[in-house]
Design a protein around this ligand. Structure first.
Ligand SMILES: Cc1cc2nc3c(=O)[nH]c(=O)nc-3n(C[C@H](O)[C@H](O)[C@H](O)COP(=O)(O)OP(=O)(O)OC[C@H]3O[C@@H](n4cnc5c(N)ncnc54)[C@H](O)[C@@H]3O)c2cc1C
Length: 342
């Protein structure tokens, strides 16, 4: 729910990036869980993204970045949603150098398009990218998860060697470079990979590619037992999905079932209770295998009833809170969606 009057949000943003970049939010295509941001902004340059974020931070508008939209509702339901920041216009390829195996692109270039481009030179994106999804490079880097069919668990983080990010202080910052061994000091580039757009908005991304022949996992882990468990409604449609990762290649036990079939309507209290109990059981199993059970998708009321992440606060939570306070002190970027409601 927005705390601001839609016309006030729109007028204020129009002064920052121009009215032509704005439209009213419309259900269902602009919904973020069950929140409808009153304004959708579609900037056409990184500078406009930074202007918008600076304005949002001054005014206290909550901003939800989105690109491909395939995981728009991933994470906890946001606390507020004033502006849906549609990055779809920033989809250009900036550079592809087959000789160096380096690709530089705007964030909304589709992962599949990038993979096809490098495949034409017998290369593949390094790391594990969801090449069969319609997601974008920026969205996949922000979500930061390896696909479930990945050969290893490292995901996009493995190959991102540089980013440009727009920050809530209204600035653009560059980190990393176009050579892989470029890090002197803290590796700030990778801080933005897997941050789910809670620290900044990726406006340019630099990736490594590598020769396609002999594709094998590049990660230091030998095995990863990752799979998707789900909940089906009485009509057989998927109501919720959970990502399970069990390091060490442990096989899934017979109980709990990987598919929970509901007899009752998905919006009933009993369905929500059964989901909560089923998820809790999976979390016990995952925890015993040093793994995680993360809710990928579920009705917003179910997500509000559980922590979609892991249930247990991570040991680094105090440090994560400090980073959030440093990058986004007024909590305008995806507020509440990330681990422990960051
Ligand atoms: C846990 C998980 C498991 C997945 N498993 C698979 C799989 O097994 N196979 C498969 O093919 N695909 C899988 N996907 C989907 C694939 O990763 C998505 O297509 C991709 O992550 C999202 O891309 P998108 O452009 O649609 O992002 P969106 O849905 O638009 O955004 C995703 C998140 O990133 C943020 N965001 C988007 N763009 C930016 C940006 N430029 N800067 C900062 N933040 C941004 C958004 O606010 C949102 O929180 C998985 C995704 C997740 C999250």
């Amino acid at each position: 729910m927005s705390l601001r009057e839609p016309p006030a949000v729109r007028e204020t943003l129009a002064r920052a990036i121009g009215a032509a970049r704005l439209r009213d939010g419309a259900a269902p295509r602009d919904l973020v869980d069950d929140l409808l941001p009153p304004v959708v902004a579609r900037p056409e340059s990184a500078g406009e993204v930074a202007e918008l974020l600076g304005c949002a931070a001054r005014e206290g508008f909550a901003v939800i970045p989105t690109a491909g939209g395939t995981r728009r509702a991933f994470g906890n339901p946001p606390e507020r949603a004033d502006v849906l920041l549609d990055l779809g216009a920033l989809a250009s390829l900036r550079e592809w150098s087959p000789r160096d195996g380096v690709l530089v692109a705007e964030p909304a270039l589709a992962v599949g398009d990038a993979e096809r481009l490098v495949a034409a030179d017998a290369q593949t994106l390094a790391g594990d990218w969801p090449v069969r999804s319609t997601g974008t490079l920026g969205g996949s880097a922000a979500a930061g998860r390896p696909p479930l069919d990945a050969l290893g668990p490292a995901g996009p983080r493995w190959s991102v060697i540089g980013v440009e990010v727009a920050l809530p202080d209204g600035t653009l910052r560059r980190h990393g470079a176009r050579v892989a061994k470029n890090v002197a000091g803290f590796d700030v580039t990778r801080l933005h990979v897997g941050a789910l757009g809670t620290l900044g908005v990726i406006t340019e991304i630099t990736l490594r590619a590598r020769p396609r022949a002999g594709r094998k996992s590049e990660t230091p882990f030998s095995e990863s037992n990752a799979f998707r468990a789900n909940v089906l409604g009485p009509d057989g449609t998927e109501v919720a999905a959970v990502e399970l990762r069990m390091p060490g290649g442990r096989l899934a036990p017979a109980e709990p079932p990987t598919t929970l079939c509901l007899d009752e309507p998905a919006d009933s209290a009993s369905a929500r209770d059964r989901f909560r109990a089923w998820l809790a059981r999976w979390r016990e199993v995952a925890s015993a295998a040093n793994g995680v059970a993360i809710v990928l998708a579920a009705p917003p009321s179910w997500k509000r009833d559980v922590d979609v992440w892991c249930g247990e606060p991570p040991a680094a939570l105090p440090l994560m809170r400090k980073l959030k306070a440093l990058y986004d002190p007024t909590r305008v970027l995806n507020p509440g969606r990330y681990v422990a409601g960051l």
